[in-house]
Write a protein that binds this ligand. Structure first.
Ligand code: AMP
Length: 511
């Protein structure tokens, strides 16, 4: 199948040809016709499946075909994303795909001066990619109007909820026009996302590219058990022994990130960091240097896990396991992209056994364990008790075990590793001050993130989670099997009724 057979316009086809996209990925094949036809969509899609083009291409086409001009401070299509990095990446995609189209797009997020964003907004925008906090800020200042908005995309919606954006999203949904096309994408489908989908989407097509909650199967995964105090030393040892090239390393806390970077730099290993405490420009610079191979090791917190599209990244290391099991999938999704083989190595200590159990439960696979000679755990990591799954191609060990009886390699006698601490809480949105400034009515609406409150509610089982495990073919890189579930018919009426009831402020005309 070609992109031309999906009825894309010439301006898009020429661009796709020039950037070497010959064949639509499975999610693109399913989503593009539906979005072109104006349908709402629920996409259960991990990164690496080609989901950005799946929504950007048809939206750009619809915006072009309508031919309307965005009035000053108005935006016609809004794309909400959880992090600045993803905002930049999605904006770049819109910019690239829309190169031959007469459309204006921009990106807006916090942590950088607002003025350049305002300047673009004042001309009127066809597409605005934004994080929820900055978007609300712009709206509160009277710089952003939604009267012309026809399309809303929520990308990586699960991540937005994880980062504490539920209340901000509620406020935004309350001011968006009811008549619009809404597309919701999420790598995982917890109950909170299903509840959000029920509230926001009208008769959606559900597209599932790769099974939710299943780690990318093109990624080989291994756990090295060791003691917490030895993790840094083990990392440096493996890096040298295995001759690792570029590595993206995840550490739980910002402080831990900086400690590891300091230690690596002290060992003469080029390393940089990316986390929420760093100014945006420094984050962009670190990412650019990593992409350009100017640094070998990029150490990141989970905030950076989304939206990093680094071509052919061979290895991700979880220096700490994530506190939220879903983040494991997002982290290892940084490797094995676009069909490439990838590898994910986790350094796990006894304290983390519950986190490991949660990951194995969620992915349905037992992660194979190894110990590196000389770095064996004094505090044994207990068994998780997870029964082995029948088909777990992702779990084969990554390297041969040392021969039985082989001499224990000497640990590098270098300086003792810096103590890496993990006492800083996960970032939680960071837009609290904004809420305090809201007028009383909006404050009321923001009380109680409705999606959080609904998590685990009975009857929350419709949507993508019901569409089976059809993605077992894996992401397959910009690919993966896709299951499409049309939810027309009797369920729609029930859902519409539920939607009306669930509206913040109880406005009957809203979706
Ligand atoms: P995404 O899942 O949107 O993050 O996309 C993952 C990667 O696949 C990105 O580097 C895209 O540029 C690439 N990609 C998306 N669609 C295609 C396609 N049809 N052909 C080739 N590469 C693609």
């Amino acid at each position: 199948m070609s992109f031309a057979s999906l009825d894309l316009i010439d301006g898009l086809l020429r661009t796709l040809e020039s950037i070497g996209y010959n064949t639509p990925t499975p999610i693109q094949k399913q989503a593009i016709p539906a979005i072109l036809a104006g349908r709402d969509l629920l996409g259960a899609a991990q990164t690496g499946t080609g989901k950005t083009a799946a929504f950007a291409l048809p939206l750009l086409q619809r915006l072009t075909m309508v031919g309307e001009q965005a009035a000053p401070n108005h935006v016609r299509c809004l794309v909400l994303v959880p992090t600045r990095e993803l905002a930049d990446q999605v904006y770049q995609s819109f910019h690239t795909y829309g190169f031959n189209l007469p459309l204006r797009s921009a990106v807006a997020y916090g942590g950088v001066p607002m003025e350049p964003q305002l300047a673009k907004l004042r001309k009127g925008l066809d597409v605005l990619v934004a994080t929820p906090g900055r978007l609300l800020d712009l709206h509160r200042k009277g710089e952003l109007e939604f009267g012309q908005l026809t399309a809303l995309v929520l990308d990586e919606a699960d991540r937005m909820l994880d980062l504490g954006f539920a209340a901000d999203l509620d406020l935004l949904f309350a001011v968006l026009p009811a008549q619009r096309q809404t597309l919701l994408f999420s790598a995982t489908m917890p109950d909170s996302i299903r509840a959000m989908a029920r509230q926001l989407l009208r008769d959606p097509l559900t597209v599932q590219a790769s099974a939710p909650n299943t780690a990318a199967r093109t990624v080989r995964q291994t756990v090295f058990t060791t003691d917490k105090r030895n993790k840094a030393e083990l990392f440096v040892h493996l890096l040298r022994k295995e001759g690792w090239g570029q590595v993206l390393v995840f550490v739980k806390t910002r402080k831990g990130v900086e400690q590891l970077v300091g230690l690596l730099q002290g060992e003469g290993i080029p390393a940089d960091s990316i986390h929420g405490d760093k100014p945006q420009l420094a984050r962009i610079k670190a990412l650019k240097r990593f992409k350009a191979s100017a640094v070998q090791i990029l150490v990141a917190t989970d905030v950076a896990a989304r939206g990093l599209d680094i071509e052919a990244l061979p290895l991700v290391v979880n220096f700490d396991l994530p506190t939220v099991a879903e983040d494991y999938v997002h982290r290892i999704g940084r490797t094995g992209r676009a069909g490439a083989e990838g590898e994910a190595i986790s350094l796990v200590c006894a304290d983390e056994v519950e986190l490991l159990r949660a990951i194995e439960k969620m992915t349905g696979a037992v992660l194979p364990r190894r110990e590196e000679a000389g770095f064996e755990a004094d505090h044994r990591v207990p068994s998780t008790g997870t029964p082995p799954a029948s088909a777990t191609p992702a779990t084969r060990p990554t390297a041969a075990k040392p021969a039985r009886g082989a001499a224990k390699p000497q640990r590098p006698a270098a300086k003792p590793p810096a103590q890496l601490r993990d006492d800083t809480p996960r970032p939680a949105g960071g837009f609290g001050a904004l809420k305090e400034d809201l007028p009383p009515k909006e404050k009321q609406r923001s009380r109680g993130p409705i999606y959080g409150a609904r998590a685990g509610s009975p009857g929350a089982g419709s949507g993508a989670g019901r569409s089976g495990n059809g993605g077992s073919g894996g992401t397959g890189g910009a690919g993966g099997k896709v299951v499409v579930t049309a939810t027309r018919g009797a369920k729609s009426a029930a859902r519409a009724a539920g939607r009306a009831a669930a509206k913040p402020g109880g406005r009957g005309n809203k979706r």
